[in-house]
Write a protein that binds this ligand. Structure first.
Ligand code: GLU
Length: 466
């Protein structure tokens, strides 16, 4: 096996990108990206009835949103069927697999008799050691010759050594009677051919690993490093389900969570690096290791997600944030920003990033910059306006008219004005917020004035005063 780390994400395209799948993809991506390795994508579309192109598209979209770029072309497992069959025939030629002619009825009879005799019901084919000269001209499946004694040990990086007695393993079918390969064979052949060195996936596949190892061993191939990660549970400790809220990764995009926050959160879901909760992608790539993956199921916690998202929004680059917000609006099927609004948002961004945990929260703070006159105050803002005499706002106008439009001077002018009126600045702030934004909760009055500029500020003040 080469020294380069190669990981893969191998989703079955039967639905959207599940939050658990997104985390599996992220772990594989982080592991490869932190080691100069490759992260490959294979779509496990051998189940023709359940696989759909729409699901593949949804998975790709979800990965794109999360920024989980893969190397090389996406691989379709179904398209490799001929190669998978070739491996089964190779094992047959080597005497490590055999043709089994037992019919379904014969297998059922075998099981029934074994049950009656209190023996293991694992099917033992009479064809395993049959002389090919005795083979009938009839349909057959190809079965692997499983080891019958000793045990198979899966050296799992998360679960530890998992030992399975070989007498618990049957001669698994590799090729069905119609010549199609089984899923288990396809996975092993693909992982081998793709040069996968590390298989990081849900622990619901742990049992498969034992059967997959038989194929590696029969072919004399290097077994990859296994890491079977515990599933994700809801806050109540039960397996994550619709009942716990959104399950699709992209639903979180449509709810306005930034991808960086989601990545940070998903990385922490079942993996830890000391006490670090908040970290950047660069840190995650550097730190991520299989040792830090916990053995017990992680619990999904929306509060934690929101908290991390807020911290990522605060440190995001303005232009990147702008782009992500526009993508969010699209994902949420909300009206896009006009060109003017887009420019206004960009100018306001610096004062919106703090303390917004989601894009809807950020856009609520941006309300003052995105609206145009006349401004409709909401209920609270309308009350704030009633609390001052209209005269105050009117009187204020000349005081700010000639101020050079800088934060210092605005602060000075407004404080001086409040003092002259014999009121605290706080008393003035409420009506000013209402006049400038039509809202009671806004960025600071000074930030709004700076973003809006002199003319717009004065116009809004005078609208409110009249
Ligand atoms: N296709 C499998 C799934 O979606 C993953 C198989 C694997 O990672 O080996 O659960």
């Amino acid at each position: 096996m080469s020294d380069q780390v190669v990981t893969r994400f191998a989703p079955s395209p039967t639905g959207f990108l599940h939050i658990g799948g997104a985390r599996t993809a992220l772990f594989n991506w982080l592991y490869a990206r932190g080691r100069g390795g490759k992260f490959l994508l294979r779509i496990e579309d051998t189940d023709r009835e359940r696989s759909t192109p729409e699901a593949t598209a949804a998975i790709l979209q979800g990965m794109e949103w999360l920024g989980l770029d893969h190397d090389g072309d996406m691989i379709s497992q179904f398209e490799g069927a001929a190669r998978h069959a070739e491996v089964a025939h190779h094992l047959l030629a080597e005497g490590k697999a055999y043709k089994c002619f037992s019919s379904q009825d014969e297998i059922s009879d075998f099981r029934e008799q074994a049950r009656a005799e209190g023996k293991s019901t694992l099917f033992r084919s009479p064809w395993r050691d049959a002389d090919p000269a005795t083979h009938p001209d009839a349909p057959f499946v190809i079965r692997i010759k499983a080891p019958q004694d000793g045990s198979t040990v899966i050296r799992d990086q998360v679960q530890g050594d998992v030992t399975i007695r070989n007498d618990q393993l049957d001669d698994m079918i590799l090729l069905r009677s119609d010549g199609t390969p089984v899923y288990m064979l396809a996975v092993v052949v693909d992982d081998h051919d793709m040069g996968v060195t590390h298989v990081i996936r849900g622990d619901d596949h742990l049992n498969n690993a034992a059967r997959q190892m038989m194929i590696y061993e029969a072919m004399g191939w290097d077994v990859p490093v296994w890491a079977h990660i515990p599933l994700i549970h809801g806050p109540d400790g039960k397996k994550l389900s619709k009942r716990h809220g959104a399950l699709g990764a992209q639903e979180y995009q449509a709810m306005g969570y930034p991808a960086a926050g989601m990545r940070n959160y998903l990385a922490r879901l079942g993996w830890s690096h000391g006490d670090d909760e908040f970290f950047t992608d660069a840190q995650a790539k550097e730190w991520f290791d299989l040792d830090g993956i916990g053995k017990s199921p992680a619990r999904f916690d929306l509060k934690k997600l929101e908290n991390l998202c807020g911290q990522h929004i605060a440190i995001s680059d303005d232009a990147a944030l702008q782009q992500e917000i526009e993508a969010y609006l699209k994902a949420a099927v909300l009206p896009p920003l006009t060109a003017t609004q887009s420019g206004d948002l960009e100018r306001a961004m610096y004062c919106l990033k703090d303390r917004a945990r989601t894009f809807p929260e950020l856009l609520e703070k941006a309300h003052f910059a995105l609206i145009s006159r006349p401004i409709e105050p909401d209920e609270k803002a309308a009350k704030a306006l009633q609390s001052v005499s209209d005269g105050i706002l009117k009187e204020l106008t000349p005081h700010v008219q000639n101020v050079s439009w800088s934060r210092n001077e605005l602060e000075e002018a407004l404080n001086a004005f409040a003092e002259a009126q014999g009121i605290k600045f706080g008393k003035l702030a409420g009506p000013l917020r209402a006049a400038l934004a039509g809202r009671a909760v806004t960025p600071s009055v000074f930030d709004m004035m700076l973003v809006l500029g002199r003319d717009e500020t004065l116009a809004r003040l005078s609208d409110a005063a009249n």
